[in-house]
Design a protein around this ligand. Structure first.
Ligand code: GLU
Length: 445
């Protein structure tokens, strides 16, 4: 029998200085500990020790020249967390101060998220402590080339298939794939999130946001409610926020706020026109990382250096970073009568925030369920590439909707509590965990 606190104490000893990884493991284990303790097969197979240890961690040096001719050195990583149900799959993150601990938390989360999609994908994550903000296109190209010159040794279409994450969008994936082709002289589906002209899938850029809204729509329908007329606030202003804003608007909600590291913008007219959506994305891809220009251009309100969670709305979506919504923020949202909170960023909410929503009976969707649409369409991109075909956007969208519906239903099956309240955190964790654990048992150690 496992004792959660004892297990976490040992885990902390083995993974010192990695608080986000410990936080992510604690979150999953709190949900699944009873399932494990009541299953002798899981106990006998030492599943918890094995599932919390990455299969492999790769670390490498990335050298590149900036526009002034100066040579820079960054650290690159790939964490191949678990391949029990399929090739390692998960994004690459370029962010200053990125640590191995962050990537281990992300790889761990990815393992269960990918399991939830029902597609055969294991979990991995990678990236570099490279800050893309303020870098020129040429600098990004040189960095990506150098990064792939190391990474190519460890990945492959049936081994490990990276994609984008924070700081890695379509442009970076293009440069990385270009270098892969130079080195390997082939077109294997070794990256997803590729451009449309070289093997990318329709709907991939907007998939995470679209999927998040499909999931939210199911949660609201389950509560005999609808998105129609709901006010929405979103943190972030990149691809994920963009897809979320577009689909929420399409389904009748009114998105009134977005945010960036410089503060937040409230546009009471709604972020609802193509011009506004496109501008949001343009801001993000300009590598400047600020939202104030949106307020200037569309005469919206700008609140410098403040978090958007203080602003009243019916639904809040975290679309930026881990731990971006804490217990204090949760209190403000609850006091302002938020009706639903959806985590679109990976581990966007701290444990005390999640707890506060639970105690206030506010339906809360966890990242690994809500944001699974992105990696799901990555999986569909792999399927199309391996068959050398390209599906229509209707086809991809239909499959995405089905996948999100399945994830929602798994949450209902595993997360329904005695009083009928749906604990989506528990539901997603148990459903995602069981499949990986069962595969590990079947494969032996
Ligand atoms: N980075 C995304 C995630 O967190 C997508 C990963 C992928 O498409 O492989 O799920």
């Amino acid at each position: 029998m496992y004792n959660l606190e004892e297990f976490i104490t040992n885990l902390e000893k083995r993974n010192q200085g990695e608080p986000e990884f410990i936080q992510a493991v604690r979150e999953v284990l709190s949900s699944v500990i009873d399932v494990v303790n009541s299953n002798p097969v899981y106990l006998e197979n030492r599943i918890l020790e094995r599932i919390t240890e990455p299969d492999r961690v790769i670390e490498f040096k990335v050298e590149w020249e900036d526009d002034n001719g100066k040579v820079n050195v960054n650290r690159g990583y790939r964490v191949q967390f678990n391949n029990a149900i399929g090739p390692y799959k998960g994004g690459l993150r370029f962010a200053p101060n990125l640590t191995l601990g962050t990537l281990k938390f992300l790889g761990f989360e990815q393992t269960f998220k990918n399991s939830l999609t029902t597609l055969p994908m294991g979990g991995g994550k990678g990236g570099a402590d490279f800050n893309p903000t303020g870098k020129s296109d040429k600098e990004i190209l040189r960095f990506c080339r150098s990064f792939m010159t190391e990474l190519y040794k460890y990945i492959g279409p049936d081994t490990d298939v990276p994609a984008g994450d924070l700081g890695v969008g379509g442009k970076e994936i293009g440069y990385l794939y270009g270098q892969w082709k130079k080195i390997k002289t082939n077109n294997e589906s070794v990256l997803t999130g590729k451009g449309r002209t070289f093997g990318g899938s329709l709907i991939r850029p907007e998939a995470t946001g679209f999927g998040a809204i499909y999931f939210t729509d199911s949660v609201l329908s389950y509560n005999k409610d609808s998105l129609d007329g709901k006010t929405v606030i979103v943190s972030g202003f990149g691809n994920v926020a963009w897809g979320t804003v577009i689909k929420a608007t399409e389904l009748g909600a009114k998105v009134i706020g977005i945010s960036g590291p410089d503060g937040y913008v409230i546009d009471k007219n709604g972020i609802s026109t193509k011009e506004k959506f496109d501008y949001m994305l343009e801001l993000r891809s300009s590598n400047k990382n600020v939202v104030k220009p949106y307020a200037d251009k569309f005469k919206a309100e700008f609140y410098p250096n403040r978090k958007i969670w203080e602003y009243p709305a019916d639904i809040a979506f975290t679309c930026a970073l881990q731990n971006e919504l804490n217990g204090e923020d949760a209190k403000k949202l609850i006091a302002n009568k938020v009706k639903y909170v959806m985590e679109v960023s990976n581990m966007g909410c701290t444990a005390d925030a999640v707890d506060a929503f639970y105690k206030a009976n506010i339906p809360f969707g966890p990242g690994k369920a809500v944001n699974a649409g992105g990696v799901a369409v990555s999986g569909l991109e792999m399927s199309q590439n391996s068959q050398h075909i390209s599906w229509s956007s209707e086809e991809v969208n239909k499959q995405l909707q089905n996948i999100m519906k399945n994830i929602f239903e798994s949450c209902i099956i595993e997360g329904k509590e005695k009083n009928g309240f749906i604990n989506y955190v528990k539901g997603a964790n148990i459903a995602g965990f069981k499949k990986v654990a069962d595969a590990m048992v079947a494969l032996g150690y």
